[in-house]
Design a protein around this ligand. Structure first.
Ligand SMILES: Cc1ncc(COP(=O)(O)O)c(C=O)c1O
Length: 394
């Protein structure tokens, strides 16, 4: 810290790190670089006109309420909408009283960590896992245990073996960030059975579940074990991330503590945003909007798959994602993606080195590519550039 200030950071602050991705984005957002790094939804999908109309309507019909302090739980009609949506699409059976609206599901991760993690408590994560969750958990000083995982997610036996005394396992069953993996029906069952046998609570994070291309993924873990799963969802990938709206669905016994943590954090999520989003979605808007996003992202996925096959067959390995926003590439063992990045940026493209997503023992020969932010012609140029630097490094 700056020597000129008398402040001393707390021990928890020592655990905080800058997001490597945000640092990379600063370098790569230069004009002329094809960035396949950031996980930004395509801005072309933002429903600008619907938002504009909803803003006007909210300010006309409920200006005093929309600009006033509001309930920490969230806007009641939006909580009702979330419960009904999950009951229909995730085979859940929840009521609005279990729903809390955080400022993005990222805040849900922070609130869950604040309520559930004591220092040195064990928290189980996938290998690799979402970097933002590692960042959210770190200040609460957990011992992070990285579970052995395959192309479908964590191995149920590894989960069972590590469960003793752990506070929860953080799981991403649908189109994971960063790997794009999705748990099969059988894997979901096995994970939930293992967790129930070990009385291991689960934190299920599902921001990408609606972005499937051919068939919806199997129902949520929360639908299989309602009292043992804390569920997070988001409006970021289906509407617009700048609104910062997510949702938490909590078992009733846990809800009051999360609510108290929310009150302490920021009193409530912006009510103006909540009212606007409710106004936009309340009459089935997402029933046509989300399929349009899926169709667009599927085209992008296909473009990246074609380019990868053309330029990187025999050099890199990947599993073609069936939803979400990312390809995860495994490079030859001797190639370090962290060292490769500056060369790639010089060649005109950017990716995120996979090492950032490991809680421990990073596999440095991995990288993440986002296929949704850049248009297909740029994807082709970006992958061609990546292939050039990879061939030079091989
Ligand atoms: C797996 C995962 N969880 C949570 C988030 C946070 O999303 P938001 O706070 O925008 O809802 C992200 C964002 O990219 C994510 O990839």
């Amino acid at each position: 810290m700056n020597a000129k200030t008398p402040f001393t950071p707390a021990r928890r602050a020592e655990r905080m790190n800058p997001s490597i991705i945000r640092e990379i984005l600063k370098v790569t957002e230069k004009p002329g670089i094809v960035s396949l790094a950031g996980g930004l939804p395509s801005a072309d999908t933002f429903p600008v006109q619907a938002m504009r109309e909803a803003c006007t309507k909210v300010l006309r019909d409920a200006p005093r309420e929309a600009l006033q302090y509001a309930a920490s739980e969230g806007f009641a009609p939006l909580r009702e909408w979330v419960a009904a949506h999950l009951n229909e699409h995730q085979r859940m059976n929840v009521t609005a009283v279990q729903v809390l609206i955080p400022t993005g599901s990222q805040q849900g991760l922070d609130l869950a960590a604040k309520v559930l993690i004591d220092n040195d408590a064990r928290v189980l994560v996938e290998t690799p896992t979402y970097l933002g969750a590692l960042q959210a958990f770190a200040p609460y000083e957990p011992t992070i245990v990285a579970l052995a995982s395959d192309h479908e997610g964590p191995l149920p036996d590894a989960l069972a073996a590590a469960a003793g005394g752990a506070r929860f396992a953080y799981l991403l069953p649908n189109f994971q960030n960063p790997t794009g993996h999705v748990y099969s029906e059988a894997r979901r069952t096995a994970i939930v059975v293992a967790a129930q046998e070990q009385t291991l609570p689960l934190l299920e994070d599902n921001p990408y579940g609606d972005l499937w291309f051919d068939a919806p993924p199997p129902p949520s873990l929360a639908s299989r074990w309602p009292e043992g799963v804390l569920y997070l969802g988001s409006f970021s990938k289906v509407l617009a991330p700048g609104l910062r709206l997510g949702y938490i669905v909590a078992p009733p016994a846990l809800y009051p503590k999360l609510l108290q943590a929310k009150q302490a954090a920021d009193l409530h999520t912006p009510i103006f945003n909540q009212r606007i989003v409710h106004e936009v979605i309340r009459n089935g808007f997402l029933d046509t909007h989300v399929p349009a996003i899926r169709a667009r992202y599927k085209l992008h996925r296909d473009a990246m798959q074609t380019s990868l096959v053309k330029h990187l067959s025999g050099i890199a390995q990947w599993v073609t994602p069936v939803g979400g926003m990312f390809f995860w590439l495994e490079l030859p063992a001797h190639i370090d993606a962290v060292a490769l990045l500056p060369k790639a940026v010089e060649a005109g493209m950017a990716f995120v080195p996979g090492a950032a997503f490991y809680a421990s023992a990073p596999r440095r020969n991995t990288l993440r590519l986002s296929f949704v932010t850049s248009p297909p012609q740029q994807i082709e140029a970006g992958i061609a550039a990546l292939a050039r630097v990879l061939k030079a490094a091989a």
